[in-house]
Design a protein around this ligand. Structure first.
Ligand SMILES: Cc1cc2nc3c(=O)[nH]c(=O)nc-3n(C[C@H](O)[C@H](O)[C@H](O)COP(=O)(O)OP(=O)(O)OC[C@H]3O[C@@H](n4cnc5c(N)ncnc54)[C@H](O)[C@@H]3O)c2cc1C
Length: 456
């Protein structure tokens, strides 16, 4: 019999069921973005696929709003809600490696830190995010852009199978052979189609990389961006590098008298033979004088934690993102005008390259909408001070508006905020209509709607 109340639900699941008034409720209701202040009625810290099926049935049958929380990093805070039910995967973070088959199967709550630590022991990796605390599930199901993307594609290009609990509360396998339509849809469709209890990935031989941020005078920003645009077009696939605007944090590799100054930066990762790294980085040293840098060979998991300190849990964030086909001179002028005005050390613009391996996958091979773009741009404000929210958000909006005429209408779903729901069709481009058809088939009641929603 299905549960009708949280008490009945508690009797039917192995994991914790947390409600308002419970000791851990404040912790259980919160997500990474400190601007999100929502109060769900029930948070279920699931322990297995059975708990997920039971909770999906509970939410659907009782008409509750349902959120899915993997790593909890969604900018708009999709991992929580007001008055509804949350499936919280924080107790399901296991990662199992098959070193012979070069695959990894990870539970739906694993973070990239969990994943990279497990795979690095075998000298293997797959493309993931640049911060270790981001969830593999949300990041992969929306796309997955990181240092290894030019060489090995998006995270979702490396997904080989997933266990999915659908809106009817049943668990099915989705891969190229079983439920291929669902497999197509979850690779880009975010959490719109079901709850992934585990995800299996292809792995590649990557143990150590040559990596590091290089800081240039901000007056060189135009030179750096023009250089980068031409360089990355023909760079070897093993080079993942993105330009950024960055206020210097108080770190030992930056001269003390420059802490707090704004710089133009390039963060580069050479995932080929680390011994070749220095030669591969020569172009970055030749383009302009590097005022501060921290480059060298490092284990791959270390680079995914290198910027964690800039994005601690609870930091208040606002996000905007666009796909970009060409970085035109006009676009560069807009970057040079707005980027240096970033309001604080955790606020930034990153321009991630999505050419290389990403372009060798057909546009309709998965739901990810924009294989024709060369870059995925993100502008983020992040601060611990609520009094700064308006200033920070305005900086992001003004910057995004200035770049919009030089970008695609659509952007990467994982870089959208909650005021971007009107962009969902554009985000998926020509794949949108098929997504709607599949949404009607797998979730006609739109149970999974706390996301960049593909309405049935
Ligand atoms: C600090 C920071 C750094 C980031 N860096 C990168 C980066 O380098 N590259 C990149 O591509 N993106 C990056 N992102 C964006 C990131 O991809 C999205 O925020 C993503 O949604 C995070 O996934 P999550 O599981 O942590 O989030 P959650 O908030 O837990 O989930 C977000 C959404 O994903 C879906 N979801 C989560 N878990 C599941 C599941 N098990 N089954 C089904 N659906 C699920 C749900 O729809 C949910 O609403 C970053 C975000 C932050 C905050």
């Amino acid at each position: 019999m299905s549960a009708k109340t949280p008490d009945e639900l508690r009797e039917q699941v192995r994991g914790e069921v947390i409600v308002e008034g419970d000791a851990d409720y404040e912790n259980a209701r919160s997500v990474h973005n400190g601007m999100i202040d929502k109060r769900p009625a029930v948070v279920v810290r699931v322990m297995n696929a059975g708990d997920v099926m039971t909770t999906v049935n509970y939410a659907r049958e009782n008409g509750h709003v349902l959120s899915i929380r993997g790593g909890g990093h969604s900018g708009p805070g999709f991992g929580t809600n007001d008055g509804g039910v949350v499936i919280d995967f924080s107790r399901m973070r296991g990662v199992r490696i098959d070193p012979n088959g070069k695959t990894a199967r990870a539970e739906g709550g694993a973070t990239w830190g969990d994943f990279n630590a497990a795979t690095n022991a075998f000298g293997l990796a797959t493309p993931g995010g640049i911060i270790s605390t981001t969830g593999i599930a949300g990041l992969t199901l929306g796309g997955g852009i990181g240092y290894l993307t030019r060489g090995h594609g998006l995270s979702l290009d490396n997904l080989v199978s997933a266990d999915v609990v659908t809106a009817d509360g049943k668990m099915i396998v989705a891969n190229e052979n079983e439920n291929p339509d669902l497999f197509w849809a979850i690779r880009g469709g975010g959490g719109n189609f079901g709850v992934c209890t585990s995800l299996e990935y292809k792995l590649h031989p990557v143990r150590n990389v040559y990596w590091g941020p290089m800081f240039y005078e901000v007056s060189e920003a135009e030179t750096i961006l023009r250089f980068y645009r031409d360089y990355i077009k023909h760079a070897p696939d093993e080079m993942g590098a993105f330009p950024a605007f960055q206020i210097a944090p108080p770190l030992p590799f930056i001269p003390e008298d420059r802490h707090g100054d704004m710089f133009a930066a390039i963060v580069a990762c050479w995932s080929g033979d680390p011994a070749e790294g220095e030669r591969q980085f020569k172009a970055f040293h030749d383009v302009a004088e590097v005022k501060a840098e921290m480059v060298g060979p490092v284990p791959y998991p270390a680079i995914n934690a290198a910027f964690d300190g800039l994005f601690p849990p609870g930091i208040r964030q606002y996000w905007k993102g666009n796909f970009v086909k060409e970085l035109t001179d006009d676009a560069i002028a807009a970057h040079v005008q707005h980027g240096p005005a970033a309001p604080n050390v955790s606020s930034t613009m990153h321009l991630y390259p999505i050419n290389g391996a990403c372009h060798r996958v057909a546009s309709d091979a998965s739901a990810f909408g924009h294989r024709d773009a060369n870059f995925s741009m993100v502008i983020i404000s992040a601060s611990t001070d609520p009094a700064q929210d308006d200033v920070d958000t305005k900086w992001v909006k003004d910057y995004s508006d200035a770049i919009a005429p030089h970008s695609e209408v659509g952007g990467y779903v994982n870089f959208m905020d909650d005021d971007d729901s009107s962009r969902v069709r554009a985000n998926y481009g020509s794949n949108y209509d098929r997504l709607v058809q599949l949404k009607r088939r797998f979730d006609p009641g739109n149970l999974f709607r706390v996301n960049q929603n593909i309405a049935p």
